[in-house]
Design a protein around this ligand. Structure first.
Ligand SMILES: [Zn+2]
Ligand SMILES: [Zn+2]
Length: 332
């Protein structure tokens, strides 16, 4: 029985619950391999549970996970909320209904955020309009009627002006303009495929109009997410979570969808609305669980060593060296 993190010595929170360990609020488990980790709330490292009592606890977690709600998932990892717990289920593919559910939640959250702005502004403007109406004795009915649309367009403009923070602002290769990116400028960018990067975004220069610079990795993901959020607000069209989920699924998952869009060579603003929403969901989802998946792979390697699955000393030696290198360079 352990109550503190093996890496940082921090206290592992928890009240027993489904783990039966007496520790852990964030628990990762693999039903097929019978593995269980307690994720430290302080340093996020994965603590492998002792082998002896693992199986029944993993079974209990599996039952809890089926009652819980999937917050995000990759092909290998699903983050599930269950009561006060975060359950990280690894090694099992997600289902389409999960995808539909979480895309729907995201759309609802976006509408709620939008209404927080649109509603007060509309109410305030209505008050002004009524006062003006009374004072002027005339009819401003048309103005009042259009108010929600007007407020919504102010909100959309605000989202479009949001700055995209990059490690280093790109410079146009042709005219030398420094591109201080705002969300709405990403509308003219397009995805492209490169050998090295999973995600590459070609930016158009606002000064000379040529394709100016290429963003890759986290920069590309950040710009793409901001740009797509703006575009999907500004040119939403029909937006249904189920359609987006189906498009991602039909493409063969988020990675494939992103590659297909890259091959089409279309700018983001010329994509069909439902496809653009699907792309946003795919990019978002990838970013959210990619970190979790990286952590799992490291934890899995340690578990292999701890459970004695590696066959030779030489193999064990190699893994330990690699893990040490990873720890020495956390960003590399
Ligand atoms: Zn820790
Ligand atoms: Zn330029």
């Amino acid at each position: 029985m352990y109550t503190t993190c093996a890496f940082c010595n921090g206290k592992l929170d928890g009240d027993g619950g489904p783990s039966g360990l007496g520790v852990g609020r964030r628990l990762a488990f693999d039903e097929w391999k019978g593995r269980l980790w307690v994720i430290c709330p302080k340093c996020s490292r994965w603590n492998l549970a002792p082998l002896e009592e693992r199986w029944e606890k993993v079974e209990a977690l599996g039952r809890a996970a089926r009652e819980g709600r999937v917050a995000a998932a990759t092909a290998q990892v699903a983050l599930i909320r269950w009561r006060a717990y975060d359950l990280v289920q690894v090694g099992k593919p997600p289902r389409l209904e999960f995808a539909t559910w979480r895309y729907g939640e995201r759309l609802k959250a976006r509408r709620r955020e939008q209404m927080k702005f649109v509603l007060p502004l509309t109410v305030a403007a209505l008050g002004v309009a009524v006062a003006v109406n009374v004072a002027a004795g005339g009819s401003f009915g048309v103005f009042v009627w259009n108010m929600p649309t007007f407020a919504r367009s102010i909100y959309t403009g605000m989202v479009g002006r949001r700055r995209i923070e990059l490690v280093e602002p790109p410079v146009c290769e042709r005219c030398g303009t420094v591109l201080l990116l705002r969300a709405r400028q990403v509308a003219r960018a397009r995805l492209t495929a490169t050998q090295q990067a999973d995600l590459a975004l070609l930016l158009t220069c606002p000064t000379c109009g040529s394709e100016a610079a290429m963003l890759t990795g986290p920069d590309a993901a950040a710009a793409l997410r901001r740009g797509l959020t703006y575009l999907n607000l500004a040119r939403g069209g029909r937006q249904r979570a189920a359609d987006a989920a189906r498009l991602v699924e039909a493409a063969g998952g988020p990675d494939r969808l992103i590659r297909t869009v890259a091959r089409s060579e279309l700018t983001l603003r010329s994509l069909a609305p439902d496809r653009r929403l699907a792309l946003e969901m795919a990019v978002d989802e990838q970013a959210e669980v990619a970190a979790l998946e990286r952590q799992w792979k490291d934890a899995e390697e340690i578990a292999d060593i701890a459970d004695g699955l590696l066959s030779s000393d030489a193999e064990l030696e190699r893994h330990l060296r690699r893990l040490k290198e990873d720890t020495d360079q956390p960003d590399g």
